[in-house]
Design a protein around this ligand. Structure first.
Ligand code: ZN
Length: 1084
């Protein structure tokens, strides 16, 4: 060693030899709890940051002059109407109400001279309810939400001129979530709620104080939420304490010093959108959103205003925050805005064109997906996408249903056919039994079609953009093996108006933390939802798969609550299907008949709106239920007038005839039918054929007499019998159902079918929504009173039984057996009239059957879904109540039983007991839900063999009985009758019976049909929708008597996909299992 000349690195020369003073470690919990002191209310309120938030506040005259006009009753007058009235002086501290009333304020602002040069001037208005600011020319500027949710409006610089300036505020007397009394927002609204105007003041805000508040909030969260064994947590804690020490309530300049300290944790770019330009790879993509329920704890009428309030906020906020991208769904809400607030719609349209405001979802509303029919789901997309395309120039790529109560199994197929390959939801995070295992995955339909599904791991669609939301976007991500990115959907929903400036400021700081300190997942703003999915799509091959429905393990009561809505939905779907078919035929038959497109659009838009996820499921307040009843009444009224016009062309009328000779049966189902129908009280006829109009023959006494009988075997015991079935009714219930052809008893010995059962129905919280698993433990069979023979006719016999439920409620049940028709499976029909006045009870009807299978079948949209009949695992048990359409079926090898219904959706099969859900009686949010009289029909259809087209067709027929009409002079002429006796378009006899020709309609853009939303297309066309109903490859031939020039396979939006060979009036169809196919027939 030696010879070294380099200076040796030694100890610091200035390091003191002796310790000058004791230095202690920060005691974590105490220093952490201290953090609150800078911003909390209470004893330090006037000594901490809160004291410096504003430089000055002025209220009252002459600076803020208030006058008011009260709109009469519950009216919601326009700006023009409201401002034409005289306004009367009013003041802060006054009360306004009652619930649902509207009050217009004229606000005259005069900025005092000493405030003119302040950095930021705002109007702060808080009346604890919702409001909309208008300028004096009648343009909405920005929404307000009371209760400190969104109370600021920035004064324009032009207001600093010392003059008086006028704005108007439209006050709505409801809170963000309606008008529930007390703290429980789902209780029925209090009709007498009043709101106090707490604040109306001009405020000079200190921007440094405001920004420091957010800095400190985020660093404080890091100190509270980062793990204690991380240096990042300790640094946050230290930074907060340094800020606390630097803060001096008597020196505004100290705010800047504090902010400088905050920079050491947040970085120096957090004061603008530049913070997002660091170029580092983000994993969390924030998108602004405002989930506006089209109705819920408020009526539809109020939603129209919520939309204007919320979206005007967002347009305003975008001007100040260039990183803000905002996505909003529901074409219906855009349409309301367009019609009622054209200037806001214009602003939105501009932002859409700039690529900042993103119409999303592709559907008319955020609808329920359990109960609407297949065709309704199609129309949600058709009406939604057409609105977006015609108003904004493009369609949506992402189906968006964050809040809907479960997702039916054919949605991926329908999405792809409507131009969407992506799907977003998050509701399954509410499951209260099993945790859904994926965040990002491929969701696969019954037919094998897939979409990319993403469920934001922050588990909310109304995130407050907290530090914790960003953190959870990684910590709760369940698909990290495949992809770590996620969406963060932030913004206040409903009355809250979407993202606030606080949300945007917080996210800037979260990004700052990631880039400066790390540990927090890196969030990014400035992308669209489509940008996010574009990245996912590139690696979608590696994603895990989920086959079949996304069953929601909560809200199972929504299949049954508000049964009139369900019934009206079913009836509307049927009437629309029938009328579109008839009007199509009529418009081709008679060129002078105009296809009533406008009327169909009106009807569909109302039906689709009522399928909104708090309307059809029955989870809205009574006011909204009444609005939906009015809409359905309109639908049926329009239907009646369309039918009248169509009848003239088809040569039929509803005018009553009493003779078979003048009569005809209208058939709108696409297969051969042979049924007995009533002509009047005393006469029946047999209708037979496969056309639209079926000829009738009298039910001949000699041949048909004795085909069905009813006998009293002993006291209270009756036997109904036809050539196929023998039914024994004892004590009002069916104790035996014997299939004479199969020589098989269907009811297990000693058990009772068509047995009513009553359950206690008190879910954990969400009354209208939930029926909870423990209700099954409270089953009580109802005992029936006396049974009597109701009618004995040649073609039909029936029994009537009265069943008492309670002192207030009862059921009249008619059990009917008709004459068996050769070649048709006979079934037992039950019609019940229920007087229902219960509280928190659930009425069901049970059918124990001698069938064994671990899975039952339920009709769903365009297919069948199989679900367990046992409780092996918690996943099986979670399905203790499920959704079913026109039938549920339990079959074993060689034999089965189907339960048909005309208006119900709730069902359960436990072991061998099939159970149809009839009525519930929740008291919130509608105190009178389902009270009154209900008419419900169901059928018990035993069948040989497995579930087949026999059940599928019978369920259709059960819902769509032949209609007895009189033939008018025109159709009595042999030519037209013969013509209509043959269907103009049909599947030939040799086609697979699994194929269903469901929809027949005219092309949306045909030149004689188009309403001009999108360019009209030359010529006339007919759209056919055909699906495989049973789940196997299905082939067939479509034949038509129309003069067709070419046939194309199209998607749901009627875009041409491929040419189909069409010769001699026929073309072949070849569908994979559960495929939904649409064809366009171009007429010559
Ligand atoms: Zn919702």
């Amino acid at each position: 060693m030696g010879g070294e000349t380099r200076a040796q690195k030694g100890p610091r020369s200035d390091y003191p030899l002796q310790a000058p003073r004791p230095v202690g470690q920060m005691i974590t919990n105490i220093y952490r709890d201290r953090i609150n002191q800078l911003t909390a209310g209470g004893q330090y309120d006037r000594h901490n940051l809160n004291a410096l938030m504003n430089e000055a506040v002025v209220s009252g005259e002459p600076h803020v002059q208030l006058s008011v006009w009260h709109a009469p009753g519950q009216t919601r007058p326009s700006f023009k109407e409201a401002t034409s009235h005289e306004f009367n002086r009013t003041n802060v501290g006054e009360w306004f109400g009652p619930s649902w009333t509207t009050h217009w304020f004229k606000v005259v602002l005069n900025v005092p001279s000493d405030l003119r040069d302040k950095r930021l001037l705002e109007l702060h208005w808080d009346a604890n309810n919702e409001g909309l600011i208008w300028n004096e020319h009648g343009h909405p500027l920005q929404g307000l939400t009371g209760g400190n949710e969104r109370v600021e409006w920035i004064l324009p610089d032009s207001f600093r001129d010392g003059e008086e300036h006028v704005i108007y505020i439209e006050m709505a007397c409801n809170g963000m979530f309606g008008n529930a009394p007390g703290g429980d927002s789902i209780q029925p609204p209090d009709p007498n709620r009043y709101f106090r105007l707490d604040r109306a003041e001009i405020v000079a805000v200190d921007p440094d104080a405001r920004q420091l508040h957010i800095d400190y909030w985020i660093i404080g969260d890091a100190a509270r939420e980062f793990p204690q064994d991380s240096w990042e947590q300790h640094k946050a804690l230290k930074t907060c304490n340094e800020i606390l020490e630097a803060f001096d309530v008597n020196k505004r300049e100290s705010l800047k010093v504090c902010r400088k300290i905050a920079e050491s944790y947040l970085g120096s770019h957090i004061n603008s959108s530049k913070v997002y330009d660091s170029g580092k790879e983000p994993v969390v993509f924030g998108i602004g959103h405002c989930h506006i329920d089209s109705c819920w704890l408020w009526p539809f009428a109020e939603t129209k205003r919520k939309v204007a309030r919320s979206w005007s906020n967002q347009c305003d906020l975008m001007d100040r925050y260039p990183e803000l991208h905002f996505a909003c769904s529901q074409a219906q809400q855009y349409k309301w805005l367009k019609e009622l607030y054209p200037s806001v719609f214009h602003r939105v349209k501009k932002k859409v064109a700039e690529g900042r405001f993103h119409p999303i979802g592709g559907s008319w509303v955020e609808h329920d997906t359990n109960m609407p029919s297949g065709e309704s789901l199609v129309r949600q997309f058709l009406y939604g996408q057409r609105f977006y395309e015609s108003n904004f120039g493009s369609r949506c790529q992402t189906f968006w249903l964050p809040d809907t109560f479960g997702y039916s199994s054919q949605l991926p197929q329908l999405c792809r056919l409507a131009g969407m390959s992506r799907f977003l939801t998050q509701k399954l995070s509410w499951n209260n039994i099993n945790r859904f295992p994926h965040t990002t995955f491929n969701w696969v339909a019954l037919d094998g079609t897939q979409v990319i599904c993403h469920m934001p791991p922050s588990e909310t669609y109304t995130a407050e953009a907290h530090f914790g939301d960003v953190k959870r976007s990684m910590s709760q991500h369940k698909s990290l093996d495949q992809d770590a990115t996620s969406l963060l959907v932030f913004g206040k929903g409903d009355g809250g108006g979407g993202p606030t400036w606080q949300h945007l400021e917080k996210l800037r700081r979260c990004r700052g933390v990631s880039d400066t300190v790390g540990m927090l997942p890196r969030v990014h703003l400035g992308n669209s939802v489509d940008d996010f999915f574009d990245k996912l799509e590139r690696k979608a091959d590696s994603f895990v798969t989920w086959y079949g429905e996304l069953y929601f393990e909560l809200h199972r009561g929504t299949y049954t609550t508000q049964s009139n809505n369900k019934r009206n939905n079913r009836k509307s779907e049927i009437v629309l299907r029938d009328l579109e078919l008839l009007a199509t035929v009529a418009s081709i038959r008679d060129a002078s008949y105009k296809y009533p497109k406008k009327e169909f659009d009106t009807m569909w838009e109302m039906v689709l709106l009522c399928q909104f996820h708090d309307c059809l499921p029955g989870s809205s307040i009574e006011m909204a239920v009444h609005e939906s009843m009015e809409m359905y009444a309109q639908v049926f009224k329009i239907a009646e007038s369309i039918f009248k016009d169509v009848s003239v062309v088809l040569g039929v009328s509803r005018v009553q005839t009493t003779t078979v000779v003048d009569g005809i049966a209208l058939n709108t189902l696409p297969w051969h039918r042979k049924e007995v129908i009533d002509i009047d009280e005393n006469e029946a006829a047999v209708a037979c054929g496969n056309g639209l109009l079926l000829k009738l023959r009298t039910l001949k006494t000699s041949q048909d007499d004795g085909l069905v009988s009813a006998k009293q075997a002993s006291k209270g015991v009756f036997v109904l019998e036809n050539s196929q079935l023998r039914v024994r009714v004892e004590g009002g219930v069916i104790t035996s159902l014997y299939d004479r052809q199969a020589e098989r008893e269907i009811i297990p010995k000693g058990q009772k079918a068509n047995q009513y059962v009553l359950f206690d129905d008190k879910p954990l919280y969400w009354q209208a929504w939930d029926v909870e698993v423990y209700h099954l433990d409270t089953r009580k069979p109802l005992h029936s009173g006396e049974t009597k023979i109701h009618e004995i006719k040649r073609h039909r016999v029936s029994l009537i039984t009265h069943t008492k439920i309670s002192d207030k409620s009862s059921i009249n049940t008619i059990i009917t057996l008709g004459a068996a028709v050769e070649g048709q499976q006979s079934y037992v029909e039950v019609a019940s009239t229920v007087e229902w006045h219960e509280t928190m009870k659930f009425l069901k009807v049970e059918f124990p059957v001698d069938i064994r299978n671990t899975e039952a079948n339920y009709e769903t949209q365009f297919g069948i879904v199989r679900r367990p009949t046992h409780y092996n695992t918690s996943w099986d048990m979670a399905k203790f109540e499920v959704c079913s359409h026109r039938f549920a079926d339990l079959s074993e090898h060689g034999y089965g039983v189907s339960i048909l219904n005309d208006s119900k959706y709730g069902f359960a099969t436990a072991g061998n007991v099939m159970r149809l859900s009839l009525l519930r009686s929740p008291k919130a949010p509608d105190a009178h839900a389902d009270m009154g009289t209900h008419h419900i029909r169901w059928g018990i259809l035993p069948h040989q063999g497995a579930l087949s087209h026999v059940t599928v067709r019978k369920a259709f027929e059960f819902n769509n009985p032949l209609k007895f009409l009189s033939a008018t002079a025109r159709s009595s002429s042999t030519t037209s009758l013969l013509e209509l006796a043959r269907p103009p378009v049909y599947l030939t006899e040799d086609s697979s019976p699994a194929l269903i020709l469901d929809t027949v309609k005219r092309g949306e853009d045909d030149e004689d049909v188009s309403r001009g939303e999108l360019p009209a297309k030359e010529g006339r066309s007919v759209i056919l929708r055909i699906y495989d109903s049973l789940g196997g490859r299905a082939r067939g031939t479509v034949a038509t008597s129309w003069d067709v020039s070419r046939v194309c396979k199209v998607n749901l939006l009627e875009d041409e996909l491929e040419e189909v060979v069409f010769t001699e009036g026929k073309f072949a169809v070849d569908l994979r299992a559960f495929e939904v196919a649409t064809f366009k027939l171009q007429l010559a």
